[in-house]
Design a protein around this ligand. Structure first.
Ligand SMILES: Cc1ncc(COP(=O)(O)O)c(C=O)c1O
Length: 412
């Protein structure tokens, strides 16, 4: 704590006196996650929790029934309607949703499951937790998602399932991937943790005939603080998922299936219901911010490519792709100076010690390049346009200052 306090104070002082960041700013980067909570003037994510949520929470507390009950059922009905799917099974996290989906599909030991190396670790950890073997696939360099081409390269006779991830909330090429997987008799599960509200060819993600999961963690498109959901059109699978969520019980102490405690509380579901009511305004705000980012930054950086089949990108993450690693460092330094929060999403799993030991460490060039050049900018349901403009100014300052240095060096 003492160390955190000193670092925070020093950073504050540096900011007040507008001292340039030291050359060894990389050391400061190590502490950026500490700075985020203590110092950032512009947060990376802006959840929108207000009066409606407060009221709904109080209603549940006054009702006397706090754990999973009728409010969760209402939330599930509202989710089904919004997504256009037969069943929504709400659980206590996106990670639980992934594990429940894998268990419901009876994926376990001796099965291989393809997962992107470019994802949050939960995708791979869920596979490990059911005893199956994750097999990494590289991402497409433009969409950042896995594709038919990258999946095809890693299919083996043991591949039982493929867990695709909609990176930043942007849907994968579902038709192309489905065709490939059906031909090889492989189960498709979609990790749409970040993609709530997204549309593929004008249909909501989650409404298709394969199992899909969402996360409702605090930073996600809609939140229950922590929470998640599995959606399916398959009645039998839905029954199994409900059993898996609650120790396989049909009624108190009657266990007909394996299961765990993946239950959510009615307090959380009440927040989810309130959030769902604001979904369209959340998506509009994210669309506006991403548009102004693109319009103002396109001359200096690149973006995640959005193919025509994506008819709604919810922009859970707004990626910029610096043209060089050095350019990204300049942007990061400027963000630190301006107290703007940011994330490098993600260090590919095959570069991390645990997965190098337990999965593999061969090269995945697109994911590695992305890791070197990408950055995610602040965005959120309640982010102001003023703050978005401050972020734009900071990126431009960083990139154009570099150009000035070159011009001077070249005598321009
Ligand atoms: C791609 C992906 N999958 C799974 C998860 C896990 O969701 P949760 O944090 O709700 O367990 C996350 C969370 O950020 C995620 O980004």
């Amino acid at each position: 704590m003492f160390l955190i306090h000193i670092i925070s104070t020093l950073s504050e002082v540096r900011h007040c006196f507008k001292i340039q960041p030291p050359n060894s700013y990389k050391n400061i980067l190590k502490f950026q996650y500490i700075k985020i909570s203590t110092l950032a003037m512009i947060a990376w994510s802006y959840p929108d929790i207000g009066e409606v949520e407060h009221q709904k929470i109080m209603e549940v507390i006054k009702s006397g029934w706090l754990s999973q009950g009728s409010i969760t059922k209402q939330f599930e009905d509202a989710l089904r309607e919004t997504i256009g799917v037969n069943h929504a099974i709400v659980v206590n996290s996106g990670t639980s949703a992934l594990i429940a989906a894998l268990l419901a599909h009876e994926i376990g030991q001796r099965d291989e499951v393809i997962v992107p190396t470019y994802t949050f670790a939960a995708t791979c950890n869920a596979v490990l937790s059911v005893g199956a073997k994750p097999v990494f696939a590289d991402c497409d360099p433009h969409t950042f998602n896995v594709s038919q081409e990258t999946i095809r390269k890693v299919i083996t006779s043991k591949t039982k399932a493929c867990l695709i991830v909609d990176v930043g909330g942007m849907p994968c090429d579902l038709d192309g991937i489905k065709k490939l997987l059906e031909k090889n008799n492989i189960i498709l599960i979609e990790d749409a943790a970040q993609a709530f509200g997204a549309m593929y060819k004008d249909k909501r993600i989650g409404s298709f005939d394969h199992t899909t999961i969402f996360s409702f963690h605090m930073a996600k498109i809609i939140t229950t603080v922590e929470g998640g959901c599995v959606v399916t059109n398959d009645d039998e699978l839905a029954n199994k998922l409900r059993l898996i969520r609650n120790h396989g019980m049909t009624r108190p102490y009657e266990h007909v299936n394996y299961g765990l405690n993946f239950r959510i509380t009615d307090i959380q579901s009440a927040i989810g219901l309130a959030q769902l009511g604001k979904l369209s305004s959340f998506l509009k705000r994210r669309a506006t911010i991403s548009e102004i980012y693109k319009k103002n930054l396109k001359s200096v950086v690149d973006f995640q490519f959005v193919p025509d089949y994506v008819t709604l990108h919810p922009y859970f993450l707004f990626f910029i792709l610096a043209r060089t690693e050095a350019q990204r460092e300049l942007i990061e330094a400027e963000f630190l100076r301006s107290r703007i929060d940011f994330r490098r999403c993600w260090k590919p799993l095959h570069l991390q010690p645990y997965y190098q030991k337990n999965v593999n460490s061969v090269h995945y060039p697109s994911a590695e390049d992305l890791y070197k050049r990408s950055l995610t900018l602040p965005i959120g349901n309640a982010m102001s346009l003023e703050n978005a403009n401050l972020v734009i100014d900071a990126v431009l300052r960083a990139c154009l200052e570099r150009d000035k240095v070159w011009e001077t060096a070249l005598g321009g």
